[in-house]
Design a protein around this ligand. Structure first.
Ligand code: ADP
Length: 450
């Protein structure tokens, strides 16, 4: 099989830059790392075949600096750009500019990135395609009065959400009518400050849902295949901490039914490359909340249960290759769990950047660590606090939990504070072990004394 590209630029940093580099190396593709001055000695720079400094530490001037990144691609002769997650990965304008420079953007079309980046447009598209939604307003809310009217209809509690939202920002709950005005005002102010866009919409606030998402790949020949679900219900402040594949509550038949509906919708949409549809699940019902048009942080749990390399598939698809397999070829084997380990205090969640004096990664059967750490590395204060993803795989969920507990005990990150102790507590907890938890469970768990 010829290589789809001979050189790829990785427009990211940290563990995900390494993840993309590894897929490229195995495909015989050379890599170009880009980095800020704060990341000159970062692992992704060390491993890449070439590297280019693209600016000072603040992301706005480096990892979000489109002109510098496009120049780096041009001077190194890269043919394609992989954006990873975060930074420019869901920036439609960036995808357009990459293509305008005669390069390939390893991801969906700018049109689909734009559509799904506007959650109101995304929900509208999914509604038309017959995908079930969380009940709420049909478009952007024009006024507080309209918000009141929709809230009356769907019944309190309700959630005001930013159309441009992400990372849990611009989201406010109103439990009763008298809280609506405040929620409306705060959500809009937050949305304006974070995204420069104060459009908001309203959803019924589900009281005990699970967050279950479906991984999809689509090639440019009309083939769409799903790789099952990830359960990402363990969240703090709407941010995921632990993810599992499969979900402890979903049967194979329910997975197949959702998968059939979603792949059909994306085929109709003409979607391409990797994508994830996020749903809330309650009482056996799925309700779509948003679609992410990129590789996700938690993609490894899917890779472990399906035996697929999602980054390799993204690159092949971007090179115009057909998937070469169908839904019936996707097999699910065992159970996988990911712990997101961040450089934060495990109780207060205060950031804890600094020098890592000792780093030791766990190993053994069914253990994978995606991390850019090494002994002597200094975690810079400028970026996301994720420093390692510990991913375990075993034939059963019980086996995966036992393996996660064992691997967490082996793992050493000294010199900075990390959330390793919190992950150990979660894995030791009988309620977590029972699999019976909702999106609110972790918030209560962390507020209990450690
Ligand atoms: P973001 O893009 O900011 O991550 P999402 O729409 O994906 O926002 O929602 C993030 C999380 O917020 C969900 O995983 C879920 O925990 C919670 N959430 C979102 N919508 C609702 C809702 N209608 N009811 C209850 N919880 C919700």
């Amino acid at each position: 099989m010829p290589r789809p590209f001979s050189k790829v630029l990785i427009a990211n940093r940290g563990e995900i830059a390494l993840r993309v580099h590894r897929a490229c190396q195995e495909m015989g593709i050379r890599t170009v790392a880009v980095h800020s001055t704060a990341d000159a000695s970062a692992m992704h720079v060390r491993l890449a075949d070439e590297s280019v400094c693209i600016g000072p530490p603040p992301a706005r001037e480096s990892y979000l600096n489109v002109a510098a990144i496009l120049s780096a691609a041009t001077i190194t002769g890269a043919e394609a750009i992989h954006p990873g997650y975060g930074f420019l990965s869901e920036n439609a304008r960036f995808a357009e500019m990459v293509e305008a420079h005669g390069l390939t953007f390893i991801g969906p079309t700018a049109e689909h990135i734009r559509m799904m980046g506007d959650k109101i447009a995304a929900k509208d598209a999914m509604r038309r395609l017959g995908v079930p939604l969380v009940p709420g307003s049909l478009g952007a809310l024009e006024s507080l009065e309209e918000a009141r009217a929709v809230a009356e209809q769907v019944k309190y509690p309700v959630l005001i959400k930013a159309a441009a939202g992400g990372g849990g920002r611009g989201m406010k709950v109103a439990r009763h009518e008298d809280e609506l005005e405040e929620a409306w005002r705060v959500a809009r102010t937050e949305a304006k400050a974070a995204f420069g866009d104060d459009s908001v919409y309203l959803e019924k606030y589900l009281d005990r849902p699970r967050h279950i998402e479906l991984q999809v790949l689509a090639d440019t020949h009309g083939n769409v295949v799903h790789f099952g679900e990830r359960d990402c219900s363990l969240q703090r402040r709407h941010q995921k901490l632990v993810e599992e594949a499969g979900s402890p509550v979903l049967s194979a038949a329910e997975r197949d039914a959702l998968g059939a509906q979603v792949t059909q919708a994306l085929r109709q949409l003409g979607y391409r490359n990797a994508g994830t549809l996020e749903f809330l699940w309650q009482d056996g019902q799925f309700a779509f909340i948003e679609m992410n048009t990129r590789l996700q942080v938690e993609h490894p749990v899917t890779e472990m249960v399906c035996g697929v390399d999602l980054v390799r598939e993204q690159i092949r698809i971007a090179g115009g290759e057909a998937l070469g397999y169908g839904q019936e070829d996707v097999r699910f084997s065992g159970h996988a769990i990911e712990c997101r380990i961040t450089a934060e205090d495990p109780e207060s969640f205060a950031p804890s950047p600094g020098r890592v004096s000792t780093y030791h990664a766990p190993g053994g059967l069914g253990v994978r660590v995606d991390s850019a750490l090494y002994s002597g590395y200094s975690v810079p204060p400028h970026y996301d606090s994720l420093v390692a993803k510990l991913v375990v795989h075993a034939p059963t969920r019980e086996g995966a939990i036992a393996r996660a507990r064992r691997a967490l005990d082996e793992m050493v990150v000294d010199g900075i504070r990390t959330t390793l102790p919190l992950h150990r507590r979660i894995m030791d907890d009988p309620e977590f072990q029972s699999g019976d938890y909702t999106i609110h469970w972790l918030e209560r768990f962390v507020s209990r004394a450690g």
